[in-house]
Design a binder for this molecule. Structure first.
Ligand SMILES: Nc1nc2c(ncn2[C@@H]2O[C@H](COP(=O)(O)OP(=O)(O)OP(=O)(O)O)[C@@H](O)[C@H]2O)c(=O)[nH]1
Ligand SMILES: [Mg+2]
Ligand SMILES: [Zn+2]
Length: 355
């Protein structure tokens, strides 16, 4: 057997537990691969035999919402058609997937990346720095048991270090914080060292904070276009338009994403907010077990705000994110009910037309 030309898929995160999932599929004899880029109708799949451009079988499309179709990072089984084309016939059950609420909808999810170990919340240390937004990303990431990491980029710019440090103090228990600059390579070493072989890291954050620049710098190559490059070619600002996976030499894989203007929560477990924002210790001391921490007598959370132990801004952020999480779950229930009654109506109409 000659394995010389095979891609070592463990570098892309392939492992024994994924192999077991593959064995459970009726298509287990087919080659497996990982989605590196999603195009409009086809997918780039990296596999032991190199890169394949694949489409989906009709079966895989049937009855699925957009969020259930393969996204960057998903593992799939595919039927090769020739040396670089194929058809995806199955997808391994998803784990550790980062979702967000699809813009302009109340209850539709959008899958950003699957099988993620770490999510870098990237902000730049200029006007973009915003603790409340960091909290928002963090809770959604924690929901999926992905490790959040705060990356504060453009540290070469002038910023108020003491103010930034104080503002993120309460988040440090949940996630490590890195100050980086693509113009100061030494600041990237620690970030690089934090990524282990076979790990998958997704980069999230607003447009222009330097996600693609950081991916390029960590991979020591210009794998992705950044606004810097296209400015030099006179093509104006380049902003990433797709989610794309890049292999890091000797370590994991990095998934770059386009900047998002808003990152809506899709939390199925709003209780997590208390833990994530370090409110649960106070909440445990409230007089009523079902205390909502709004205006109840004996509320230890409100007392903590009044005593100056809990930052009122963190408390307000908690209430705001919780309202949003509740709104999402209520809308989701409504949508399910509506879909059920719609399919019942369709069935009834079919029965009537039979008679
Ligand atoms: N001063 C400074 N500029 C940076 C740094 N990192 C990135 N930039 C610049 O910021 C601009 C935006 O960088 P990108 O990497 O394209 O940002 P992005 O987050 O990928 O943006 P989108 O693709 O639109 O989401 C470019 O002009 C970069 O050169 C940094 O550490 N310091
Ligand atoms: Mg980009
Ligand atoms: Zn309370």
């Amino acid at each position: 057997m000659c394995n010389e030309n095979k891609t070592d898929m463990t570098r892309y995160g392939w492992n024994n537990s994924l192999r077991q999932l593959q064995q459970a599929s009726i298509h287990k004899t087919l080659p497996y691969g990982r989605v590196t880029v999603v195009h409009r109708t086809c997918y780039d799949i990296i596999s032991e035999n190199g890169l394949f451009q694949c489409e989906l079988t009709g079966n895989m499309l049937y009855g699925k919402s957009a969020a259930e179709l393969p996204c960057t990072g998903d593992w799939v089984l595919f039927q090769p058609l020739d040396e670089d084309k194929g058809i995806i016939v199955d997808m391994l059950p998803r784990e550790r997937t980062l979702y967000r609420r699809k813009s302009g909808t109340v209850a539709d999810k959008q899958a950003i990346a699957a099988y993620v170990d770490k999510a870098f919340i990237v902000q730049s240390l200029d006007d973009n720095f915003n603790v409340r937004r960091a909290e928002r990303f963090m809770v959604q990431i924690l929901e999926e048991k992905i490790q959040p990491v705060l990356v504060l980029n453009k540290a070469d710019l002038a910023f108020d270090s003491a103010a930034v440090t104080a503002a993120i103090q309460h988040l440090r228990h949940q996630m490590p914080v890195f100050f980086t600059s693509i113009h100061q390579p030494e600041t990237l070493l620690a970030l690089k060292a934090s990524i282990a072989a076979g790990e998958t890291v997704v980069f999230t954050g607003s447009s222009g904070v330097g996600k693609s620049s950081l991916v390029n710098a960590l991979c020591d190559q210009q794998a992705l276009l950044t606004s810097h490059i296209s400015e030099s070619t006179g093509k104006g600002r380049h902003t990433s338009t797709r989610r794309e996976m890049v292999l890091m030499e000797g370590a994991g894989v990095l998934i770059d994403t386009p900047g998002v203007r808003e990152f809506g929560l899709v939390l199925d477990n709003p209780d997590l907010l208390e833990q994530a924002l370090e409110i649960s210790d106070y909440a445990a001391a409230c007089r009523f077990r079902d205390c909502q921490h709004i205006n109840e007598a004996g509320c230890a959370v409100i007392a903590a705000v009044q005593d100056g132990n809990l930052d009122p801004k963190v408390y307000e952020s908690y209430l705001k994110l919780r309202r949003e999480a509740w709104h999402y779950s209520a809308s989701k229930q409504e949508k399910k009910k509506w879909e059920k009654s719609l399919s019942r109506m369709v069935e009834e109409a079919k029965n009537i037309s039979k008679h």
